[in-house]
Design a protein around this ligand. Structure first.
Ligand SMILES: C=C(O[C@@H]1C=C(C(=O)O)C=C[C@H]1O)C(=O)O
Length: 356
């Protein structure tokens, strides 16, 4: 090893770090001043999405895109906290995928609050005790989360963002090896998602469903004969060793979360979605007529989900996501036409499509 070159490189790294720190401080001062000039919401999801997309496109390497995104996510998180410390609630307990989604979206600067139900997340945001709520809306394997759909219809809240989270399940334990595991705790959905792996590697032990993956990890941390299936955050939080990683049967398993607030994204980011819920008159061709304006104005639909209306038997409401912001001209016109044809329509908000 060339000692003098090593020394020179480390000196260079120290000098670079000082430069980075100076620039970060300057960035923080700019953000704080932006905060003073702002009217309305301090947190601007459309601007944050643009910053992340721009940085990813500019990245010259050698750092991978994911590393650069994570670093800039944290920089913005810290800058935003200088303008306004945020309170973000998620469906708890701590260590669940909902917490991972909240941190992926907001970075680590906000104060995170774990709440016991999706209903409580909506209520606390509506009451103004919490600035933003992160709630699951659909999973690529399990389908829609019904309660979140119902609450979006009931509460006067808006969607201001979405988060896509790849769900990786790990088997974790205090036990040194698989052979020592005598029972497995997890949420019923996670047990189902790892069914093939479990029947191949741990066919003879009981699988015990519990309230959440985080609860499973907490139990496994008290019992050296037990293992839990949960996400990585739970292993860290409860001091468990991952005995087998990525044991989910479907490697593309992804959950989509929504960020709810009292406002949506004030303007377009360049790659946006708009969500709405509506109902159609109960007569032949009504659904076709309802959706016709989307085709007419060239607006793409990314989701159409029906759900029983709580008003009567065999009546449905339709949850629709389209590409574009409500202020983009084709979306604005399509929504106006759609509203005329629907018996009921509620705009749930426009927001940047998940940046990563
Ligand atoms: C600085 C701003 O405020 C916040 C912080 C941002 C940042 O650090 O880049 C971006 C958007 C806002 O959430 C801004 O609106 O430009």
């Amino acid at each position: 090893m060339d000692e003098s070159e090593l020394l020179a490189l480390r000196r260079r790294i120290d000098a670079i770090d000082e430069e980075i720190l100076k620039l970060l401080s300057e960035r923080g001062r700019c953000a704080r001043r932006v905060g003073e000039l702002k009217q309305g919401a301090i947190y601007r999801p459309e601007r944050e999405a643009q910053v992340l997309r721009r940085i990813a496109a500019l990245n010259p390497g050698p750092l991978p895109e994911s590393a650069v995104r994570t670093i800039f996510r944290e920089i913005m998180s810290a800058c935003l906290a200088l303008e306004q410390p945020l309170k973000v609630a998620y469906l708890g307990p701590a260590g669940t995928f909902s917490e991972a989604a909240a941190r992926k979206h907001f970075g680590s600067a906000p104060q995170f609050v774990s709440l016991a139900s999706i209903d409580e997340v909506f209520r606390e945001v509506e009451a103004g005790n919490i600035d933003y709520g992160v709630v699951p809306i659909e999973n690529s394997v399990e389908g829609m989360v019904g309660v979140t759909h119902d609450l979006l219809l009931l509460h006067p809240l808006q969607i201001c963002g979405e988060v896509m989270l790849r769900i990786h399940q790990h088997l974790m334990s205090l036990a040194p090896s698989l052979a020592a595991v005598k029972r497995v705790y997890s949420h019923a959905q996670s047990l189902a998602q790892c069914h093939e792996w479990l029947s191949r590697h741990l066919p003879d032990v009981p699988y015990v469903p519990v309230a959440s993956n985080a609860e499973a990890a907490r139990l496994a941390a008290q019992d050296p004969d037990a293992a839990a299936i949960a996400g990585e955050a739970a292993a860290e939080r409860y001091g468990l060793t991952v005995l087998a990683a990525n044991i989910e049967d479907d490697p593309n398993n992804t959950t989509r979360f929504l960020v709810i607030a009292k406002h949506d994204a004030a303007g377009p980011s360049g790659r946006d979605k708009t969500s709405l819920v509506c109902s159609a008159p109960n007569k032949p061709g009504a659904m076709h007529r309802l959706l016709e304006p989307l085709a007419h104005y060239g607006v793409s639909m990314t989701k159409l989900q029906s759900r029983p209306a709580k008003s009567g038997l065999w009546e449905y409401v339709f949850y629709i996501d389209v590409e574009g912001h409500r202020l983009d001209e084709p979306v604005r016109q399509a929504l106006a036409a759609l509203e005329e044809r629907a018996t009921f329509l509620k705009l749930l908000g426009s927001y940047p499509a998940a940046a990563w």
